[in-house]
Design a protein around this ligand. Structure first.
Ligand SMILES: Cc1cc2nc3c(=O)[nH]c(=O)nc-3n(C[C@H](O)[C@H](O)[C@H](O)COP(=O)(O)O)c2cc1C
Length: 420
């Protein structure tokens, strides 16, 4: 356990994966595998309906534990009490409309709902259902009731449903559920709905500056930290727009609208357009400082006499963070908009990464700055992060090593505090 009494990254957790009877029940198998691959002990508790979709044998083989659906199996062990008391985390995937109705009513008519009544650990529900069922007033009320009681109900993804129809109601990707659920186990308070009514703009990923049709200047940014920020802000109730440069093959951040761009100048125009009504702008993208002055229309040849490839002339790209700070000062953005910069620093002969970050926040004029120490290739592409959050009034908070989702939660806590 860490100082706050929550599990550390390295700790093996006892996780209960509840499975309700929806068409997406087969994806629960991938969620079980995801937790197991990260070293956690998983117990699967399906509902009776779930076993119409996936057999108990699959869950028993993947989890290494027996599976039952009723409190009347292994009565000598009083299973619901033992499983509920021992659990560090309960994740229900998929959570059907019917399951959430029963959970909201506090019923205990099968092993899964009875276990929930006993558990005191974080509970994460990943709903999946047709859009009409998700929008139904009864489901809306049940979700609101569960959230009010502290249950973390993820927003479903938007996309293809059982048939040809699309809309909100799709189960998030298994790896998103695993990441968010582990973030909930680490810091359940990061899932408070304290950004409802707030529009958050996040930039993510790296930019590419074309030299010719086949070559570009790029960087190692994976987009993971920006996407984690977008996803965590959406789960806290914000309306989220992501301006995404080049990212690894990551699933679209849950609950966010994504605008894809390639170059720094594309990113600058997308930010200009979408920041006008933003309450919070978080600049997590790794934007190229320079671009080639000219982009050749055809591939530049290596051995040509003038060898232009050797002497690609670079010109400076727009500074998106500094420009946004200026636009806020001139009234183009709400005066109370919170602007958060990122500094990926390696330090140099005279300055530590933290010292360079202090200089950067003073120079840029943003409200908060997340400083990552990226020396030795740390951070880029990794699933965890570490660093400091600096504020314009001189406060410095150490951000301990955590998953990029937990770090996103710490940054969003700082945003909420700054706006209080
Ligand atoms: C083919 C099929 C697919 C279904 N998919 C869903 C679904 O995705 N989400 C949902 O809420 N209900 C879905 N249902 C309805 C549930 O199975 C039904 O409400 C059941 O009572 C749920 O039981 P449980 O919540 O105890 O698991 C589906 C039913 C069928 C027959």
């Amino acid at each position: 356990m860490n100082a706050a009494g929550h599990p550390d990254l390295s700790e093996s957790l006892k996780i209960v994966v509840g499975v309700a009877g929806g068409i997406a029940a087969y994806k629960a198998a991938h969620v079980v595998r995801g937790f197991k691959e990260r070293g956690h002990d998983v117990r699967v508790v399906p509902t009776e309906s779930a076993l119409n979709f996936v057999g108990a044998a699959t869950f028993e083989a993947l989890s290494g534990h027996p599976v039952s659906t009723t409190v009347f199996d292994a009565v000598d062990e009083v299973q619901h009490v033992r499983i509920g008391q021992e659990a560090d985390l309960i994740v229900v995937v998929p959570a059907t409309a019917d399951f959430m109705a029963r959970a909201a009513q506090g019923r205990g008519d099968d092993l899964l709902t009875a276990t929930l009544l006993v558990a005191t650990c974080p509970v994460v529900l990943a709903p999946a259902m047709h859009t009409e069922m998700w929008h139904h007033p009864a489901t809306r009320d049940n979700v609101a009731t569960l959230r009010r009681r502290g249950t973390i109900v993820l927003d479903p993804a938007h996309g293809r449903l059982t048939g040809k129809d699309t809309g909100p109601g799709r189960l998030p990707e298994p790896e998103q559920i695993v990441d968010l659920a582990l973030a909930a186990a680490a810091r359940p308070s990061h899932f408070r709905r304290d950004l409802e009514g707030t529009h958050v703009l996040v930039t993510a990923g790296g930019t590419q500056e074309a030299i010719d049709p086949v070559r570009f200047i790029g960087n190692h940014s994976s987009g993971r930290q920006g996407f984690a920020l977008a996803e965590m802000a959406a789960q806290r109730g914000a309306e989220v727009t992501v301006v995404a440069g080049v990212t690894d093959a990551l699933p679209t951040p849950l609950g966010a609208r994504v605008i894809k761009v390639v170059s720094a100048r594309d990113m600058a125009s997308a930010v200009e357009e979408h920041s006008r009504r933003a309450d919070v702008c978080i600049f997590a993208a790794a934007v190229a400082d320079f671009r080639p002055e000219h982009t050749a229309n055809s591939k530049m040849k290596k051995g040509k006499a003038d060898d232009a490839l050797r002497r690609v002339n670079l010109v400076e790209n727009p500074d998106i963070l500094a420009t946004t700070v200026r636009r806020r000062a001139s009234g183009e953005l709400p005066a109370e908009a919170t602007l958060v910069g990122f500094a990926a620093e390696t330090g140099d002969a005279e300055n530590s990464p933290l010292e360079l970050a202090r200089q950067k926040i003073a120079r840029k004029g943003c409200d908060l700055l997340m400083c990552n120490d990226v020396s030795g290739g740390r951070t880029f592409g990794a699933t965890d992060n570490v660093g400091w959050i600096l504020s314009a009034d001189g406060e410095e908070t150490e951000v301990p090593l955590g998953s990029k989702f937990t770090v996103a939660g710490v940054i969003l806590d700082a945003v909420v505090d700054a706006r209080a």
